[in-house]
Design a protein around this ligand. Structure first.
Ligand SMILES: [Zn+2]
Length: 164
């Protein structure tokens, strides 16, 4: 930091604490040149705002609320506690933040929500999957979800049914 008194860039932080409910950091600094003290406030920023690439190629900021709403509508009246939905979305968000730096395809989000739902409620899982993805894509989705889980697909393809 440039010292506001002598404009030298040579300071020592002597104290730092969170302020504004953790949204900023207040630092007490001491200039090593003129020994004067001053205070700085630094805003805590979300480092990278993840952008979602939608099916039509447009981009929109990742919004966990939106993902939650999609999940809620798929749940309908199924007895899944709201808490569980929220923590599911949080887990998906954390995974996305770790795996993707700037952009994530909406499909990647859907797959991860679907994967979690599979173990919570198969009915909601299928509802969510069929709403989130084209029905024609269901085979592909089923395979992708299975690949993630290392399991056999739970949907059988039309051709499988006819071949039996
Ligand atoms: Zn100074």
């Amino acid at each position: 930091m440039l010292c506001p008194y002598c404009e030298q860039d040579d300071d020592k932080v002597i104290d730092s604490r969170a302020s504004d409910a953790g949204r900023s950091i207040r630092r007490r600094r001491e200039c090593q040149q003129c020994d004067r003290r001053y205070t700085t406030f630094e805003r805590v920023e979300k480092t990278s705002r993840l952008m979602v690439v939608k099916r039509d190629g447009t981009r929109t900021p990742f919004d966990p609320e939106k993902v939650l709403k999609g999940l809620q509508s798929a749940c309908g009246k199924r007895p899944i506690p709201e808490e569980q939905k929220v923590s599911l979305i949080r887990e998906v968000e954390e995974e996305l933040m770790q795996l993707f730096e700037r952009e994530v395809h909406s499909k990647e989000i859907g797959i991860r929500v679907a994967r979690q739902l599979k173990s919570i409620d198969p009915i909601v899982y299928i509802r969510y999957a069929s709403e989130y993805f084209n029905f024609q894509d269901l085979d592909a989705l089923s395979k992708e979800v299975s690949d993630l889980q290392g399991e056999a697909p739970i949907f059988s393809t039309q051709s499988d049914l006819f071949n039996k």
